[in-house]
Design a protein around this ligand. Structure first.
Ligand SMILES: Nc1ncnc2c1ncn2[C@@H]1O[C@H](COP(=O)(O)OP(=O)(O)OP(=O)(O)O)[C@@H](O)[C@H]1O
Length: 382
């Protein structure tokens, strides 16, 4: 195949693009892009000399991947010597079908949440304080930056920190019909928290049944908009409360956040076992505070140990979805109710979170969707 657009015909360009998409093999595209793409459209703009001056590739995809395919577009731009852009349109489907809720009089009724939320993902940790809430917030914004519609449900009854991390600590949800609560909007993210409804001090002494009743209310009595993903910030630990929540809520899959420290890893293993018990697939592990880069000399130090998450992922046949640095910016953003991903969606920290969000979304599709991998319907526009 020729590689310079001066000598390539439009048909040859289409051929080259198709080959590149089908041969592009990565962890998230184990059989190439075309194996999972639901629709492909290639549009070529030509100048008067019939040479391409711009090529646009539109793809309909079942998981978030814009950031990864932007890099492929750069490679194509170089090989075709013409600006190539790839636009991803998302068609995210539920990976799991759920039975309907039983009402008090025994009739079955679909909850509002079930109709509107495609996939619920539980973000859990065995040990407290490993950065689960911080990671949940940033992954929610990262999924949004990749084009998905996202909600966040804070079920951490021991310390509902999501309202303050989103900068909406003193706000309260309203209701337009007196029945359903309207979730709060935090820079485009739909948010609901147990912290909006009860005092922090009251919730910490709750036992399983009370926590799960409140939790069900939060999920089902919230007027969620149409969402591709709802991330649930689970309470830390692997006791009865966590087990009940994992069973009560129609969770599609779970992600475990841990630090590389032995003590956190031991508890993270308990988290995997807990989700196994209730038959919720674990998509993988996020290793938080993996390393610290010295701001002065750039030296990388592994404060909490090295490669613990990687070994754990190997031992328990799951994926290491990504590693995040111990970073002052992450801590400051969490404290001030901001996120680097909104302010600077191409910054280094934002890119870490976006990559993990893409891995999580792809693993949900690849591991849990019966339709994986899909065959592409190719429509080529001249
Ligand atoms: N990668 C990171 N770099 C720097 N600070 C971080 C990072 N991740 C989290 N933190 C900070 O660590 C502290 C604990 O984080 P967070 O509240 O998210 O933990 P958690 O696991 O949700 O805790 P718990 O569930 O016990 O309430 C916070 O002060 C947060 O800002």
């Amino acid at each position: 195949m020729k590689s310079n657009n001066e000598t390539l015909t439009p048909v040859e360009i289409e051929q080259l693009i198709n080959e590149s998409l089908s041969h592009y093999v990565t962890d998230n595209f184990p059989q190439g892009v075309l194996a999972v793409c639901q629709q492909l459209t290639i549009t070529q703009d030509h100048n008067k000399a019939k040479k391409p001056k711009k090529i646009t590739i539109n793809l309909v995809m079942p998981f978030v991947c814009q950031g990864e395919l932007d890099l492929l577009a750069q490679t194509l731009t170089q090989s075709l010597v013409c600006p190539v852009s790839i636009n991803v349109e998302l068609a995210i489907k539920p990976v799991r079908q759920f039975t309907l809720n039983k009402t008090q009089n025994g009739t079955e009724q679909a909850s509002p949440a079930q109709g509107k939320i495609a996939n619920i993902i539980a973000i859990a940790s065995g040990k407290g304080g490993v950065g689960k809430s911080t990671t949940t917030v940033n992954l929610a914004y990262a999924l949004m930056a990749e084009g998905a519609s996202v909600g966040i449900l804070d079920a951490d009854i021991y310390g509902p920190s999501i309202p303050s991390m989103l900068g909406i600590k003193n706000e309260k949800p309203s209701s337009s019909d007196g029945k359903l609560m309207t979730p709060l909007n935090a820079k485009g993210l739909s948010a609901m928290s147990i912290g909006f409804l009860v005092d922090e001090a009251d919730a910490t002494v709750w036992r399983g049944p009370m926590a799960s009743t409140a939790f069900n209310q939060l999920l089902n009595e919230t007027d969620w908009p149409e969402l591709d993903y709802l991330l649930i910030d689970m309470p830390p630990g692997t006791g009865d409360i966590q087990l009940t929540l994992a069973q009560k809520v129609p969770v599609a899959a779970a992600v475990i956040v841990t630090t590389p420290q032995d003590i956190a890893l031991i508890d993270a293993v308990k988290g995997i076992a807990m989700f196994d018990k209730v038959k919720v697939p674990v998509l993988g592990i996020v290793e938080n505070m993996s390393y610290h880069l010295c701001e002065n000399c750039g030296h990388k130090s592994h404060i909490f140990g090295e490669a613990g998450g990687e070994h754990m992922a190997q031992d328990y046949q799951t994926h290491l979805l990504g590693q995040l640095p111990l970073d002052i910016g992450i801590r400051q953003d969490a404290d001030f109710g901001e996120s680097d991903i909104i302010e600077n969606s191409t910054g280094e920290i934002a890119n870490h979170y976006r990559k993990i969000a893409r891995n999580m979304s792809a693993q949900l599709f690849l591991q849990c969707d019966n339709a994986s991998p899909l065959t592409a319907t190719v429509i080529v526009k001249p």
